[in-house]
Design a protein around this ligand. Sequence first.
Ligand code: NAG
Ligand code: NAG
Ligand code: NAG
Ligand code: NAG
Ligand code: NAG
Length: 182
Amino acid sequence: MRCQLIISALLGLFLTFHININDAVVFKFTNFVCESYNQSWFVFHNYRLKAVSRNKVLLNANGTILHPVNNASVHVRIFKRANGYKPWVVDNYFDVCQYLRKRNQPIANIIYGLFKDFSNLNHSCPYVGLQTVKDFYLRPELLRLPFPTGDYLLALQWYFDKKPLADTNVSFTFVEDLMKRN
Ligand SMILES: *[C@@H]1O[C@H](CO)[C@@H](O)[C@H](O)[C@H]1NC(C)=O
Ligand SMILES: *[C@@H]1O[C@H](CO)[C@@H](O)[C@H](O)[C@H]1NC(C)=O
Ligand SMILES: *[C@@H]1O[C@H](CO)[C@@H](O)[C@H](O)[C@H]1NC(C)=O
Ligand SMILES: *[C@@H]1O[C@H](CO)[C@@H](O)[C@H](O)[C@H]1NC(C)=O
Ligand SMILES: *[C@@H]1O[C@H](CO)[C@@H](O)[C@H](O)[C@H]1NC(C)=O
């Protein structure tokens, strides 16, 4: 009985602590640059960021894949800003179609988990036709990496049949604790 009380008190404390951490985080897009390297396979129609409040920025993008793709990979790199962007921890290639079948890559899981609810890209291969990302914003509660406060660049280089297809580069700010900033 007493033990249970202590456990629920600890759990209560833990939950409060957890919620406070999430409230104190800023995690938002700051820049977004895209470029297609093969316009006969993929064209961007539109890509932009839109700030809807101080700490919430929506990412919208669309483009058309002109021929079905069954063989796609992505080079994922994260850079952290410190006198220019410096490589930071993540530098991996993923086989996109294999990943979508197995969902077994922790880093890809985090990135995919952040955006899958906002995009029609959330299915297995093949991909063809209009691809959209709509009103995507960053949710710190889904981030399970220990990020230090800073400005980052997530550079995604896409390859179809091992040939460079497009870049989608997003920059974002992560602030661990609002109180420290003021
Ligand atoms: C995306 O970022 C990478 C790494 O900094 C860079 O090499 C590439 O040129 C960038 N692409 C675009 C379209 O800005
Ligand atoms: C561009 O895409 C087409 C398919 O639409 C493909 O046949 C061609 O090899 C690609 N070119 C390059 C340089 O990757
Ligand atoms: C792409 O998005 C823009 C902006 O939301 C929209 O105006 C346009 O109609 C879209 N293009 C297509 C082909 O759906
Ligand atoms: C895919 O995204 C749509 C919204 O674009 C959502 O309604 C759907 O539940 C998502 N499917 C999966 C498997 O996540
Ligand atoms: C993807 O295409 C490349 C180039 O054609 C080929 O070397 C590779 O084996 C293909 N991968 C898969 C999983 O089919």
